[in-house]
Write a protein that binds this ligand. Structure first.
Ligand code: UN1
Length: 493
């Protein structure tokens, strides 16, 4: 299998002719190759996008939306096939891969609906016989840079609103997961999207990604990935006066109060900490537990972890798949070492799985630390693996303070039966997403997605908020008085 660039409706290798291997993390096998592009490939894609966008913007928005509706139908028809390919390139278990494709389907139908809205405002004018309104206009060519952990969903959150709003897209997917991009580009073509409106350029961040960020004809960059890379992009965009939307991870906590349904809390923690092997920016990586239920919760978590089957995600009975690559394994291993050095107590896990079949892939044992304090690095830094830290507190006030003391603010959750706790948490947890009696993952695509502090820069993916990233407001005044009326001056005419 080859993942080629998709520029102006045509599949082509990188101009350099270079390729990188694509590895199935479940078994280390090479499943294909991906084009390694450079600035010239990005430039070709941006040129095509720029030309195509001019015509696309003139297509009525409901007609643009019809294309997305067809994209939704095709995604739905191919859901199973896409999910299997997604599991092969990324490693997440098949049930979650289906869920991810479903996010794309939902986004397609949702944004198809938005094509019939794209509301602006009409506003009274200060002056007689004058009409005032504001409308959304497309920004032009949008640059999209996405990570490997959600190879298709995140691209749909960004490209669907961009396209329905009348923009063209140049997308640089993660090198590890290029095949979802190939499938999505093919689906767009089948759905009737004109050539050049959606382009894919494969490559690494420092070369292809950077060329996209710095390209003078790309006024908006939408990025999901690490905080480190996000900051670099933001600095460049700041210098170039580009709009940039950043979504950069989290250090998400589940709070378990002493009145919580512990069975539910354990299910929520296990699913959000170990699902996708902890490789979601919404993954639960801290459990903040009331001291009265700490022991009981620890015991129940241990029991639950023992039942988790780890292996190739294509096996329907497997609950935890591999992590993405060797480098990720090593990073997780380093953090586990740091946790031990810091004095945290390892309850379970804490090692790479390398016996038998595990040796061929990249598997890390689901890991729980307890007696963690909020200042420890394992409680503050994003590990992006199946590692969770238990921190004990004596009150809701303390739980909220601990939740809020990290540099990230994406998602948080509270398990409690007390309605007062619920409303306090909804108000005081400093995250873009708050769950009550559910884990920290599972955001739905028609609500804004993003967070505070080091998670982002104030923009949101998904929901109607995404349109704010991909449109500019234009204020329009129509004077039908037949004379020159001057605002702010002729007010008492
Ligand atoms: C991410 O990890 O970047 O809420 C996105 C969730 C998913 C999306 C996660 N719907 O966990």
């Amino acid at each position: 299998m080859k993942a080629l660039n998709f520029i102006n409706g045509k599949w082509q290798p990188a101009l350099s002719g270079q390729w990188a291997p694509v590895i199935n993390p479940a078994n280390g096998e090479t499943i294909g190759e991906v084009a390694l592009s450079a600035a010239a490939d990005v430039d070709a894609a941006v040129k095509a996008a720029k030309a195509a966008q001019k015509k696309w913007a003139l297509v009525p928005a409901p007609k643009r939306a019809d294309v997305l509706y067809k994209v939704g139908l095709l995604l739905k028809e191919r859901k199973e096939q896409l999910a299997r390919l997604l599991t092969m390139e990324m490693g997440k278990v098949i049930e979650e891969a289906r869920g991810e494709v479903q996010e794309g389907i939902d986004m397609a139908f949702y944004m198809a609906g938005e094509g019939r809205r794209l509301f602006g405002d009409t506003t009274p004018s200060e002056l007689k016989d004058k009409f005032a309104m504001s409308v959304r206009v497309p920004v032009g060519v949008v640059g999209i840079i996405t990570p490997w952990n959600f190879p298709i969903a995140i691209a749909t959150w960004k490209s669907f609103p961009a396209i329905v709003a009348g923009n063209a897209v140049v997308w640089k997917p993660a090198l590890e997961t290029p095949f979802m991009a190939r499938e999505l580009a093919a689906i767009f073509t089948e759905a009737g999207l004109p050539d050049g409106v959606f382009n894919v350029v494969h490559g690494d961040g420092p070369t292809a990604g950077n060329a996209l960020v710095e390209h003078p004809d790309v006024p908006v960059i939408s990025f999901t990935g690490s905080n480190e890379v996000g900051r670099q992009i933001a600095e460049k965009c700041g210098r170039l006066l580009k709009k940039v939307s950043l979504e950069m991870g989290g250090k998400n906590a589940v709070i378990v109060m002493d009145d919580a349904d512990l069975t539910l809390a354990v299910d929520g923690i296990v699913w959000s900490a170990f699902g996708t092997s902890g490789q979601r920016c919404t993954a639960c990586s801290r459990v903040i537990v009331h001291e009265r239920v700490k022991q009981e919760l620890e015991w129940r978590l241990l029991e639950a972890v023992k039942t988790l089957k780890i292996g190739d995600g294509l096996d329907e009975t497997v609950k935890v798949g591999p992590v993405i690559h060797e480098e990720a394994l090593q990073k997780i291993e380093r953090y586990v070492h740091i946790g031990r050095e810091e004095g945290a107590k390892l309850l379970v896990g804490g090692h790479i799985l390398s016996d038998g079949d595990y040796a061929r892939g990249f598997y890390y044992a689901p890991t729980i630390f307890t007696d963690v304090t909020p200042d420890m690095r394992i409680a503050r830094e994003e590990i992006f693996g199946p590692v969770v830290s238990i921190i004990s507190v004596r009150s809701l006030d303390e739980a909220i303070a601990v939740n809020n003391c990290v540099d990230y603010g994406l998602s948080s959750a509270i398990f409690t039966r007390d309605v007062n706790n619920v409303f306090r948490a909804m108000r005081d947890l400093d995250t873009g997403i708050v769950y009550v009696n559910a884990g920290t993952t599972g955001a739905e695509i028609h609500l804004p997605f993003g967070g505070t502090k080091g998670t982002g820069n104030g923009h949101r993916d998904s929901g109607v908020a995404a349109l704010d990233v991909f449109t500019e407001w234009r204020s329009i005044y129509v004077d039908f008085s037949g004379k020159l009326q001057r605002a702010q001056i002729d007010t008492d005419d």
